[in-house]
Design a binder for this molecule. Structure first.
Ligand code: ARG
Length: 466
């Protein structure tokens, strides 16, 4: 590393400087290694800005023509990898403008009229986040669709329902998976809300106070698909609440994904044996030949941590930052980009796993019998057939469970006389409700686990998706 200052000051702002920044200053300042991700959004807004400048008579038609052609060439060079990057040019915005000026000559230098990198970077970020939200929404929709395929097929496949991860009451696999479809529905709703709120255009705010040039902010906002120009120029360049809002949405989605991932990890261990993970999404062990590890699910579970980390990082950057722009804001990008990548790959991996895995319904059915999951049905029967207060019925059913445990049998395997020894109010009819299928079929309250309802719920969810 050298601390020698380059011989010539930076071309974009060197007018009042005698010498340029030392290499170390360039290194801490440079954002192009990561903000080059914004290149398409940056070029897109430059086109809109140039068009507006021409329309307002702020640049000539021939300069506009040279800018447009130059931007097309820059675009092609970046896309092909031929573009050259240098720490002497801080960020993507300076790189594009510098190269444009090499290509288009003086016309390139006119593009930055009535614009600052402060409104430029805010605009690029909003455009990038908007595009990313659209991709994320499509990804979550695909995951919902994969879940719905199983939910449909397994609307009546019995599985143990848990609370505290202890056997609770029988449910169906379809019902369980539809719970995730609901969570993802809300995640997508949050994406829609965040997208709508951020969809305003900072362009024209310039450095922080607006510009004396007669810009047409409505035109640039419209050209870029924004609902309207941002109302306050200081707010436009200084706030990144849209980044935080999107990250909070991403955190919640990642938490949902991590719960599904965790269930896949649990379900694939032989103690459960509910799913066989596809080869394509499993790994082996370099020492234990028998292993089939759910690494993809574990990574989805683990990546939720860095997504939350990104939220915390950016909230901390924004906290107590005085208005308007400050370079701290450049620190919004890496965590956001990293979180977006982590979430996108998590959604894709879970979708892939869901599409390829198969459920072992026999193992689920067998485990659904364990732990007396129809004890509530016995209590409910005593309430409705023997007019017992629920608290007394609960105690009576508890005595029956204890007896079944002593006999090492299921509740519906107790003899009537055994049952009556602890629950005198019982009669032969009670056995109608003590089986798993009977219990499940009676869960008919709205939103309940009865297979007939699950079938309808899956169809309704499918209809919402299309
Ligand atoms: N690279 C900067 C960022 O990401 C762009 C804005 C720079 N503005 C400035 N006044 N230095 O935030």
């Amino acid at each position: 590393m050298t601390n020698q200052a380059p011989s010539s000051p930076g071309t974009m702002w060197g007018g009042r400087f005698d010498s340029g920044p030392v290499e170390l200053m360039q290194r801490i300042n440079a954002s192009h290694p990561f903000d080059r991700k914004l290149w398409q959004q940056d070029i897109r807004q430059s086109r809109a800005h140039a068009e507006m400048l021409k329309g307002q008579g702020l640049i000539s038609a021939s300069d506009h023509q040279a800018i447009v052609e130059g931007l097309t060439q820059v675009e092609a060079e970046i896309a092909s990898g031929a573009f050259s990057w240098s720490d002497e040019l801080e960020d993507i915005h300076m790189h594009v403008e510098h190269r444009l000026t090499e290509i288009a000559g003086p016309a390139g230098k006119r593009l930055h009229t009535a614009r600052s990198r402060n409104d430029q970077v805010a605009t690029s970020m909003r455009l990038w986040v908007r595009d990313t939200l659209d991709q994320l929404d499509a990804g979550l929709r695909a995951l919902q669709s994969a879940l719905l395929d199983h939910a449909d097929r397994h609307a009546g496949s019995i599985m143990p329902g848990f609370t505290h991860l202890q056997p609770a009451q029988p449910v169906t696999l379809g019902h369980h998976l539809l719970a995730y479809v609901e969570m993802l529905d809300r995640d997508r709703g949050r994406i829609r809300d965040a997208r709508d709120r951020l969809n305003e255009c900072p362009l024209g705010a310039a450095a922080l106070a607006g510009t004396p040039f007669p810009v047409d902010r409505e035109e640039t906002a419209q050209a870029l698909g924004f609902r309207q120009p941002m109302r306050n120029s200081i707010d436009a360049v200084s706030d990144r609440d849209f980044v935080l809002e999107v990250l909070s949405t991403a955190v919640i989605a990642a938490v949902h994904l991590s719960r599904l991932a965790e269930e896949l990890v649990l379900w694939s261990t032989p103690a459960f044996g509910f799913v066989s993970l596809p080869d394509a999404f499993s790994t082996g062990s370099s020492i234990m030949p028998q292993k089939r590890n759910p690494d993809a699910a574990e990574l989805v579970r683990g990546k939720s941590g860095r997504i939350l980390g990104a939220f915390v990082a950016i909230a901390t950057v924004l906290k107590a930052l005085p208005l308007a722009y400050a370079k701290d804001l450049q620190e919004d990008k890496e965590p956001l980009f990293d979180a977006a990548d982590a979430l996108a790959v998590s959604v894709a991996a879970l979708t892939g796993m869901m599409e390829a895995l198969s459920f072992n319904t026999a193992a689920m059915r067998a485990m659904a019998e364990v732990g007396h999951p129809t004890a509530t049905d016995l209590a409910d029967w005593l309430v409705s057939k023997a007019e017992m207060p629920f608290r007394d019925a609960h105690a009576a059913a508890g005595r029956a469970v204890r007896l079944a445990e002593e006999r090492s049998c299921r509740l519906d395997e107790l003899s009537l006389s055994d049952l009556q020894s602890v629950v005198p109010e019982a009669n032969a009819d009670v056995f109608d409700v003590l089986g798993i299928e009977a219990s499940l079929g009676r869960r008919t309250s709205a939103g309940g686990a009865a297979p007939a309802l699950v079938r309808l719920a899956a169809a309704a969810a499918r209809a919402r998706l299309t």
